[in-house]
Design a protein around this ligand. Structure first.
Ligand code: CIZ
Ligand code: SF4
Length: 319
């Protein structure tokens, strides 16, 4: 702990000295989340991270999250330096949706509006009409449906199915999944719930249908945090990356938080729902990228400009 305190103080001093701000996701290590908040940065979901980075005066953004988050920051703020503690931090949704294959899929369905989840590369966004995050996907798809549009959706099949069920939109799906949320199990969740009959079940829609169907609240990371803060229940079973519990505990200190069961455990033992790529972000990485200028995100022009149009459509819609 003394060593961590020391690293944190060094990282804080460097952020200040380099006129940099730390933009962190809810799923990264608690130390990084605290550092971001203590130094004038933000801890948030990918939508708010992108907005915050764009609007902040700092000329260097340190993005603690996964690669698509760094890319989104660079797409929105090309004049800023965007650094990441570890450039190898990626996402199974991004990996599972290569830009060339995706472009062929789109070319085969020219009559559809292409809607992609934030968790994709800049090149995939460049091919899309709309980007969405889980906090605005329902609204945007409902809007497109009302206009009579048919949709090509990528890459998360669980989130896509959930949105289709909710909106009734005509959606053709890419077959991707998040390796973390895909592991939550409905049957084990039932057993856990029997042990905690008063608990509210909070589920991120990247989870399988068997889990989403048992939820009291289905929503983005921000929506799940709000549900804990505002909920009347004492206990909450949380089906999303367990990195989020840090922020939930801070904002709702009196409440009991229980991790939802995954395939790698049983209802009675500890969950293992933590993204291995989010876990690559650490205090030392923040120090290294600021000291050495390593981990810099670059996105080539025309791709950047095309991806920007797709992100801005969402930002304008949700403004
Ligand atoms: O699972 C993720 O990577 C999420 C929830 C990203 C986001 O939109 O904040
Ligand atoms: Fe991707 Fe899942 Fe990790 Fe989020 S938690 S970055 S969706 S692999």
């Amino acid at each position: 702990p003394a060593q961590r305190r020391d690293l944190k103080a060094r990282a804080a001093a460097l952020l200040k000295a380099r006129n940099a701000v730390l933009v962190a996701h809810y799923y990264v290590d608690g130390d990084l989340q605290d550092l971001a908040l203590e130094t004038g940065g933000i801890v948030s979901d990918s939508l708010e991270m992108a907005r915050f980075g764009r609007d902040h005066a700092a000329q260097t953004l340190v993005v603690a999250g996964v690669r698509f988050m760094g890319e989104s920051a660079k797409i929105l703020s090309p004049e800023k330096r965007v650094l990441m503690p570890d450039l190898d931090a990626t996402c199974s949704l991004d990996l599972g949706c290569p830009a060339d294959e995706f472009a062929r899929f789109c070319d085969a369905h020219p009559d559809r509006q292409v809607v992609v989840y934030a968790n994709t590369s800049a090149a995939v966004k460049a091919r899309a009409d709309w980007m969405v995050t889980s906090s605005c996907a329902l609204e945007i798809v409902a809007h497109l449906k009302a206009q009579g549009q048919k949709i090509l959706w990528a890459p998360d099949r669980h989130l896509g199915r959930y949105i289709q069920e909710q909106t009734g939109a005509d959606m053709l799906m890419w077959n991707g999944a998040c390796i973390v949320h895909d592991e939550f199990k409905g049957l084990e969740l039932d057993l856990l719930r029997e042990q905690h009959p008063g608990a509210m079940v909070l589920v991120h829609p990247e989870s399988p249908k068997s889990v989403v169907d048992k939820a009291d609240v289905v929503g983005s990371t921000s929506a799940l945090i709000k549900a804990v803060v505002e909920g009347a229940a004492q206990e909450y079973i949380v089906a999303t990356d367990n990195g989020i519990l840090h922020r939930m505990r801070q904002l709702a200190p009196g409440k009991t938080l229980i991790e939802a069961p995954t395939a790698g455990n049983s209802a009675t033992c500890k969950s293992c729902a933590h993204c291995p790529w989010m876990a690559m972000n650490g205090l030392q990485g923040v120090i290294d990228c600021l000291e050495k200028g390593s981990g810099e995100i670059r996105v080539e022009e025309p791709i950047r400009a095309q991806a920007l149009a797709c992100i801005e459509r969402m930002l304008d819609f949700t403004a």
